[in-house]
Each structure stands twice: as C-alpha cells, then as structure tokens.
Design a protein around this ligand. Structure first.
Ligand SMILES: Cc1cc2nc3c(=O)[nH]c(=O)nc-3n(C[C@H](O)[C@H](O)[C@H](O)COP(=O)(O)OP(=O)(O)OC[C@H]3O[C@@H](n4cnc5c(N)ncnc54)[C@H](O)[C@@H]3O)c2cc1C
Length: 318
C-alpha cells in the first residue's frame, strides 16, 4: 500500500494536523508492505522550515501555491501526483481536509469517506470506519475504487509529536502561477462563533418547539445568559434554524449531565430525553400537564414558559 498524507501549511493548526496524521500512521499504517510520503502545501516562505519539521514521513513534496483555495490545492495535487501510483490519500481532520478528500476522489475517479477513525485493508479490500448515529455506533464502509481518499475524524487517534529526522527527502515545486481561482475577486476568513461544549454545562436551559419562533428563541437565550446558564435546544428548533445545530440536545446532538436542567416548551420525546436523563435535577415547564417530560422531571411546572422564565430571571438576578 502506497499512501500520501496531505499537510495544509496555509492553516493555523498545522502542528495539530501533523501530529494527528502522524498518530494515524503509527496506529493504523504499520506493516512491511506499506510506504508513504507527504505532500505539504504552503504559501508564505517564512513557514517552510517549520513545515519541514512537521512532516510525518521520510519524504515530502513541498508545494508552494499562491493562496489557500481548494481549487488551487486540487490543481497543484494534480500536477505533482500525475504519474504517481498512490493507493491512499490521507487528508487532515476538519472541513478543509474533508472537502479536499471528496473533491480529489472525484477527480481521480476514486472513492472517499470523511471523518474516518480506523481503516482495515488487504490485497482485495479497503474498509474505512467512522462513527454513525450520533457517535453511538461504528460503521464500516468498503471503498471500491482506488485511490482511496479519506479525511480523519477529529480526535480519531492520539496525537504523536513528530520526531526530529536526520534526513528528509525533499522535492520542491513552486506552483504559485497555477491559479485556478481567478474567478474569486475577494475572499476573507470570518471566524464563526466557537461552538460551546454543552456536554460540560453545569446549568442549562433548553428551549423546545413551544418557543414558536426565532425571536422567542433569542429571548430565551438572553434569559439563560442573564442567569449564567448555557443554552440548548430540541431538534425541531435547530432544524427550523431558530438556533445553530451545535446547540441541539439529544441523541442527535449533545448528551449532557448538568446539575440543573430547565426545559421550556419541550415535550420530552425519547430521542430528546436520552440526552438529558443524566442531569441531577430536571425542571420542566410546559403548558400541557400530560406531556411526557412532566412525568420524568423532578419538578414540573404547568404554565406558559415565558411567564415562568420572566419571574425566574427576576428572582435569580436579585
Ligand atoms: C432518529 C431520530 C433522532 C432524533 N434525535 C433528536 C434529538 O437529538 N433531539 C431532539 O430534541 N429530538 C430528536 N428527535 C425528534 C424527537 O422525536 C421529537 O420530535 C422532538 O424532540 C420534539 O421536540 P420538542 O419537544 O421541542 O417539540 P414538540 O414535541 O412539538 O413539543 C413542544 C411542546 O411545547 C409545549 N408548549 C407549546 N407552547 C408552550 C408554551 N408557551 N409554554 C410552555 N410549553 C409550551 C407543548 O405542550 C409541547 O409539549 C429525533 C427523532 C428521530 C426519529
């Protein structure tokens, strides 16, 4: 098996990328019949030396591109890998690695799978495994066409620091002229709101479909903020885009175990309840006394959640 790891040196998390790929090689790619190399992309000359220190294999193609754009990277890959017999391409975890894995497989008429945790391979088949059903099961997928192009799952393996090498075989390519992204007139990275780790929340308020709209959802989030609580939502709320997906609680989202969990306008369906059942105290506010959450909760308040939350916010703030 001949593999290539891909390092995207234009990104800020290059050390994490390299150590993750190194960990994957150490844990999953052992054997006499395996050989590999790295293709490392970068734009700024200043990072070249650091990049070389982070190469997880004994040989590297250092490829300079004008700027990070998937189209530039794919065109550069095509140039440096034209005559290569690579069976497996390993892309780093994260959105950029996954996008490149899928698009590269399409160009090479190979197969791809993203967020891979483990692989199993023999002469006749290649199986890649990833978690499915909201991390509750590990699914095996047989990739049928070479080259196999996979991106790693975040935290799939332990990170391994790169040891200093006596010798690194380096081939350099300057492909700064090869710009296939000229249709892009202007681009800018806009950092997104960092996703809160709701699984660590000690006090959380969760809004359900009973909030009825996006404005009410925002208001409940503000109330949670004012009380020093984290804010989560049920699935219909996230699917209606009243709140981002990373706030979803339940088997499809975060499984939480806070000291105090307040649900507002949530019915308590099994798929939701499984996500909160480890909470120390559950307080449910629902207009319908017969909603399943009302039986399961430690404290059940039958009322309009807005009225109850308004009073609660006043009490907590005073
Ligand atoms: C495979 C699968 C996975 C799923 N995973 C998840 C998951 O991870 N998380 C999840 O949440 N769901 C999940 N679901 C969906 C789940 O089955 C329910 O449909 C969902 O949890 C219902 O959300 P809800 O309680 O917000 O809405 P509803 O069931 O519609 O309940 C709304 C509640 O609000 C009450 N209400 C209305 N107005 C007010 C008011 N003014 N004040 C107080 N109460 C009010 C109503 O009485 C009602 O009980 C999954 C389903 C499937 C099939």
């Amino acid at each position: 098996l001949i593999y290539k790891t891909i390092l995207i040196g234009n990104s800020a998390n290059i050390v994490a990328q390299a150590e993750e790929l190194n960990g994957f090689i150490k844990e999953q790619l052992r054997g006499a019949d395996i050989s590999g190399g790295t293709i490392a992309f970068y734009s700024k000359n200043e990072i070249k030396n650091e990049l070389m220190r982070l190469v997880p294999t004994e040989s590297v193609k250092l490829v300079r591109v004008a700027r990070y754009q998937p189209d530039n990277i794919l065109a550069a890959l095509q140039t440096v890998e034209q005559a290569e017999k690579t069976h497996l391409y390993l892309f780093p975890s994260g959105a950029a690695g996954s996008e490149l894995a899928v698009r590269w497989a399409y160009r090479k008429k190979g197969s791809s799978l993203v967020q891979v945790k483990q692989i199993e391979y023999s002469e006749t088949q290649f199986i890649a495994k990833k978690t499915v059903y909201a991390n509750h099961a590990l699914g095996g997928f047989r990739l049928s066409q070479k080259p196999y192009c996979i991106s790693l799952a975040k935290g799939a393996v332990s990170r391994y620091a790169i040891s200093t090498r006596k010798e690194l075989i380096v081939t350099e390519h300057d492909l700064t002229d090869l710009q296939t992204d000229r249709y892009i007139k202007y681009s800018e990275w806009i950092p997104t709101e960092p996703a809160p780790d709701l699984e660590d929340a000690a006090f959380i308020i969760i809004g359900g479909r009973g909030m009825h709209n996006k404005d009410n959802t925002r208001n409940l989030e503000k109330m949670a903020d004012a009380m020093g609580a984290d804010f989560g939502v049920s699935r219909p709320v996230a699917l209606s885009a009243w709140a981002p997906m990373h706030r979803m609680i339940g088997v499809s989202g975060a499984m939480i175990q806070p000291e105090v969990c307040i649900t507002a306008g949530v019915s308590g369906a099994a798929a939701f309840y499984a996500g909160i059942e480890k909470s120390k105290t559950i307080i449910a506010i629902n207009m319908d006394a017969r909603a399943p959450i009302m039986k399961a909760a430690d404290v059940a308040v039958t009322d309009d959640y807005q009225a109850v939350m308004a009073v609660l916010t006043r009490i907590v703030q005073n």
